[in-house]
Write a protein that binds this ligand. Structure first.
Ligand code: OSB
Ligand code: MG
Length: 374
């Protein structure tokens, strides 16, 4: 970037939003029927920016949860950012470093400041991240359905729209049988599975059986804390293990790669504490020839716009979980993201994340709001 502008933050607004999902999303953690998120608006003297906090309603995916993130933002994170000299996005992480954990909450405020700063500079997030493509290959993450037939019907619908890779959620008891049936029905479809950490090393025979099904990867088979166990499992499988929950920083990524705990990494900016750290995870992986892709947390258009920009980075060589708006919501918070028939979506080109919440939609979806001033 040539011109480096500075912003001066006046206030931070939090809004909890609720949007019905077009279909329930079931994982090994349970089922979600509605998407709730905290949107963060960074209000500067002459510019505003938006970020989305991906903490779920319950602390299942990680220890963070929506109400906790709201409190952490209101009480600690926003005041720390507002009370300091935050003139550039990189300052956010310095101001909040003293607060342990709370990566998703911190990421949301950094995203909002970054968006505002880039808007002021007139630079897109994708350009700021040295993105190399203007369209990204899209996959879809398919929740667990009650029957194989329902699962197949949903998958066929996505394939007809052009999605390039299907990720099936699995859980103990709904795994090998379903995956075998789907693989049998769709022998040439790029398929992967995501266990969200629901298994233990005692389940190794199950993974050896899945290893026969030509999956692109097996995502987070074991517990979030068990890098060594993932390394042990990866040594027994030809199918690459992809880590999601276990990678919380660039340093985790380096450790996992050195240990042989994975051969692919799913990058989510919320999980690693911000878009800037997400780029560092990408850079570590690229330096070790480990392919990455951008995951998702059923974000509204605000969070997905940033994910599309991240997906333009050079090391993102696999289709991600960023799907079109209509896969999640009948009406998104932003102008809808639309999938092309070739299974790609455009990377936003406008300044910052390139989109903003539609005012009427935002008001209609807001459950609570809070304005935090210095
Ligand atoms: O493990 O990738 C995951 C959603 C919520 C929590 C965890 C995960 C997911 C998804 C959804 O797989 C991906 C998407 O946003 O479409
Ligand atoms: Mg996952």
């Amino acid at each position: 970037m040539s011109e480096v502008p500075e912003i001066s933050l006046r206030a931070v607004e939090l809004r909890e939003v609720a949007l019905p999902l077009v279909r329930p999303f079931r994982t090994s953690f349970g089922e979600e029927r509605e998407k709730r998120a905290i949107l963060v608006r960074a209000i500067g003297d002459d510019v505003e920016g938006w970020g989305e906090c991906v903490a779920s309603e319950e602390p299942r995916y990680s220890e963070e949860w929506l109400d906790g993130a709201w409190m952490a933002l209101e009480r600690w994170i926003a005041p720390s950012v507002l009370g300091g000299e935050v003139k550039r996005p990189g300052h956010v992480v310095e101001r909040v470093r003293w607060i342990r954990g709370h990566r998703m909450a911190k990421a949301a405020i950094e995203a909002a400041v970054l968006d505002g700063w880039l808007r002021k500079a007139g630079v897109s997030l994708s350009d700021h991240l040295s993105g190399v493509r203007d369209r990204i290959a899209c996959g879809v993450s398919v929740g667990i359905a009650p029957t194989v037939e329902e699962m197949l019907e949903e998958i066929r619908g996505y394939l007809a729209k052009g999605y390039r890779r299907i990720k099936m959620k699995i859980e103990p008891g709904r795994d090998l049988g379903v995956v075998r049936a789907v693989r049998g029905a769709l022998p040439d479809t790029p398929l992967s599975v995501d266990a969200n950490g629901a298994y233990t090393p005692a389940d190794t025979p199950l993974f050896e059986a899945l290893d026969e099904l030509e999956l692109m990867m097996i995502e987070q088979p074991l517990d979030v804390e068990d890098l060594m166990d993932h390394a042990g499992l990866q040594a027994r499988l030809n199918t690459p293990i992809c880590l999601d929950e276990s990678i919380r920083s660039a340093s985790d990524a380096l450790a996992a790669i050195r240990l042989g705990a994975c051969r692919i990494i799913n990058i989510k900016p919320g999980r690693v504490g911000g878009i800037l750290e997400a780029k560092r995870v990408h850079d570590v992986a690229l330096g070790s020839n480990v392919p990455v892709w951008i995951g998702g947390m059923l974000e509204t258009g605000v969070g997905r716009a940033a994910n599309l920009a991240l997906a333009a980075m050079p090391g993102v060589t696999l289709p991600g979980d960023t799907s079109a708006s209509d896969r999640y919501f009948s009406e998104d918070l932003t102008e809808p993201f639309v999938l092309s028939a070739d299974g790609t979506m455009a990377v936003p080109v406008g300044p910052g994340i390139g989109v903003e919440p539609l005012q009427g939609r935002l008001e209609a979806c807001t459950v609570r709001a809070s304005l935090i001033k210095p």
